[in-house]
Structure formats: structure tokens, C-alpha cells
Design a protein around this ligand. Structure first.
Ligand SMILES: [Zn+2]
Length: 230
């Protein structure tokens, strides 16, 4: 089946299931899947998809873009790192991962091994960097008169979030995948999470604190959200 949105045609696959409501979701590869009850009329499903076309098309486009952006981890391929492109180099002998002059040398014999080694290297290297930014941001908030703790940092891989804050326990979780973006983006996530120590929600008051502390927030947040500026 197909639907059209803004002149663009999207295919979707319908599967019938023993369920009450219609559900649509977009897979990582950008394909659209609709689950519907056995008895739901075709027209009803089409209506449902049409009503959700703006969100479905946006999610499909985003997924396709992310797949296209995904590095292939072959020897000599490019990887995004702190907003720059670095070159991946396979070391044929076991060695520690190291970066110099924009070349990341990893022990790997296949793209699968390289991807795993790269992931481990990211986790290892982000710890020191995140700790340093954490100290800076915390001290900056204190200097500006906000009573914030020095957060305990937890490194995580999160599917849909860059960071999260548990104000009650003074803990901030940070996504190590942020390491591919410019430093300003990483600062932005820290400033955002620290603002949650004052305001748990995303209210006007929350953003007032955030923009006061980090006026460039919007610019870097837009990079993380792949928003087009213009
Ligand atoms: Zn938030």
C-alpha cells in the first residue's frame, strides 16, 4: 500500500494481528509497517495512515538519512568525531586504539570488529571529556548563583535521548554517541541537564535558565535534532 505526502510517495506494509487498534511504526531502515486488527476495513486503515502521514513521513525520512549517514567501518572509511571527519585505520596487530592527526588506529580485521572496537574506544574516551565538561558546567552554574551539585555522570547508550537528569539523586546520564558531534553540542546537553536541577519540566522558566547559562544552546541543539536552518 502507499500514501503520498508533500508530493512524496511512501510504501507501507500492513499486517493483520489479533489486536484492538491500528498501530504504525517506522523501522530503522525507514520502512513503514502498519499493524491492524483482522476485521478493520481497508479504507479505515488508509484513513489512519493518511491522518498520521506527517509524522510517518518525517520519521521515514529521518531513518533513511541516518542509514545513509552510517559509517561502513571498512579500513580507510570516514567516521564523524567531535564534529570532524576522522579516518579509520585497521591495525593488523593487536594494539590499543589511538588517534593522531585525524587517523584512528584500531585493531580490527573486519567492519564488524572495527565497529565494536570503535564503540569501546568512544566509551573509553568520552569518560575523561564528559568529566571535564561536567566540572566546568557545574562550576559555571555555581558562579552564576545557581545551587547545583557536581553531578555524578553515567555513560549510556540511549536510543532516543542525548542525556537525562535525575535531580533527586544528582545523577546525569550521558549518551556516548554524542562524541560524534561538535563540542558545543556536548556542552549543550550538559547545560540542558543541569537546568533540570532547577526545573524538572521544559517550561519557560527552564529555558530562561538554560539560555542565560548557554546562549548558543539553540544552534547546537538544532545540529543534534538534524533541523534545517534557513
Ligand atoms: Zn530535558
Amino acid at each position: 500500500m502507499q500514501f503520498t505526502y508533500h508530493g512524496q510517495t511512501y510504501d507501507y506494509t500492513v499486517t493483520r494481528k489479533n489486536m484492538k487498534n491500528i498501530i504504525a511504526h517506522v523501522r530503522q531502515d525507514g520502512t513503514i509497517w502498519v499493524s491492524a486488527p483482522y476485521h478493520a476495513p481497508q479504507a479505515f486503515i488508509q484513513e489512519f495512515v493518511k491522518a498520521n502521514a506527517p509524522q510517518l513521513s518525517e520519521m521515514a525520512e529521518k531513518a533513511k538519512q541516518q542509514t545513509a549517514d552510517r559509517p561502513d567501518f571498512t579500513d580507510g572509511s570516514k567516521l564523524p568525531h567531535l564534529g570532524e571527519q576522522i579516518t579509520l585505520h585497521y591495525s593488523p596487530v593487536p594494539c590499543c586504539a589511538s588517534i593522531s592527526d585525524g587517523v584512528l588506529t584500531l585493531y580490527a580485521r573486519s567492519p564488524q570488529e572495527a565497529e565494536l572496537a570503535h564503540r569501546q574506544w568512544l566509551i573509553d574516551t568520552c569518560v575523561a571529556l564528559y568529566r571535564q565538561i561536567n566540572r566546568e558546567v557545574s562550576a559555571h552554574y555555581n558562579r552564576m548563583g545557581y545551587d547545583v551539585p557536581l553531578a555524578r555522570i553515567e555513560i549510556k547508550e540511549m536510543k532516543s535521548r542525548w542525556g537525562s537528569c535525575t535531580a533527586r539523586t544528582g545523577r546525569i546520564s550521558m549518551n556516548f554517541r554524542l562524541m560524534q558531534y561538535p563540542l558545543g553540542c556536548i556542552y549543550g546537553v550538559f547545560y540542558h541537564e543541569y537546568a533540570h536541577f532547577m526545573h524538572l519540566d521544559h517550561s519557560k522558566a527552564f529555558y530562561a535558565v538554560l539560555y542565560r547559562m548557554y546562549p548558543e544552546y539553540e544552534k547546537f541543539d538544532a545540529i543534534l535534532n538534524h533541523k534545517q536552518k534557513g
